[in-house]
Design a protein around this ligand. Structure first.
Ligand code: SAM
Length: 244
């Protein structure tokens, strides 16, 4: 488990025993560090130690594949009901934001990442999140390994954030436990439509797609209204379920 090290508007994510080098000096993080402690760099700059929370994963993980936004993670959890003790198959790991959130919920996650360097970064991110014992990041192409992965099933949920997700959805009946869900995240509606068609062909039920749009509210002196910064579209989430 790592901690946030906070000085004014700066925040760093580090584990006990790590060393943080900044222009404010070198900070050695003690093995017995606790939230609320104040530790100083060798130049005397104080950093407050803060407990890690879910959104910190999105803000501070080293990034590779575009990470899932917290709101989309919320929708995945809400629509699949993933809970402690569930077995989840995930691809691609990418930065590992979704996988780490699920690990922090005490789900047991097997996550495939096709890019070996991305997988290494994701493993380090899981270590920082304190979930490396529950999130098994595997280097490899999930689609190419489906025959062997099916043998490890069934999974309570399958979460997919890859361009070839429909090929995995096609095998969802063999991967999922009874009543288990598959979730597909896609930035493009054509891709979502393909996932829907494949899910229906595969005999999955409760096939639904949602566009995720979130509007931030501005509370100004003159009044309150949605932010004018943009429509807040992130993508489409398709859910489907194995009946039995
Ligand atoms: C958008 S990122 C996933 C982000 C991740 N959901 C998160 O929350 O951080 C997509 C990742 O999928 C990987 N990928 C694409 N196709 C794959 C496949 N067939 N098997 C495993 N990984 C794959 C890519 O290399 C990329 O890192």
């Amino acid at each position: 488990m790592s901690y946030l090290l906070v000085h004014e508007d700066r925040e760093y994510l580090r584990a006990p025993g790590d060393e943080l080098q900044t222009d404010l000096g070198v900070l050695e993080i003690p093995e017995d560090v606790e939230p609320g402690d104040v530790i100083e760099t060798h130049l005397g700059t104080p950093f407050v130690v803060r407990r890690l929370r879910g959104p910190d994963l999105f803000n501070h993980f080293e990034r590779t594949g575009a990470p899932m936004l917290p709101r989309d993670v919320g929708l995945v959890v809400g629509h699949t009901g993933i809970a402690a003790g569930d077995r989840v198959l995930d691809a691609g790991t990418g930065t590992g934001v979704l996988a780490a959130y699920l690990g922090r919920m005490h789900a047991d996650v097997v996550s495939y990442e096709i890019d070996a360097e991305f997988a290494d970064v994701a493993r380090e991110n899981m270590r920082l999140a304190g979930v490396d014992d529950r999130v098994d990041v595997r280097t490899g192409d999930l689609t190419a390994r489906l025959d062997e992965v099916v043998e490890e099933g069934p999974f309570d949920a399958v979460t997919l954030d890859t361009g070839d997700a429909p090929a995995v959805v096609r095998r969802a009946p063999a991967l999922l436990a009874d009543g288990g869900h598959v979730a597909v995240y896609s930035p493009f509606v054509e891709h979502s439509r393909e996932a829907v068609e494949v899910a229906r062909e595969a005999g999955l039920i409760d096939v639904d797609t949602f566009e995720t749009i979130q509007r931030e509210m501005d509370f100004g002196e003159r009044g309150s209204r949605p932010s004018t910064a943009g429509v807040g579209h992130t993508g489409y989430l398709t859910f489907a379920r194995k009946e039995q």
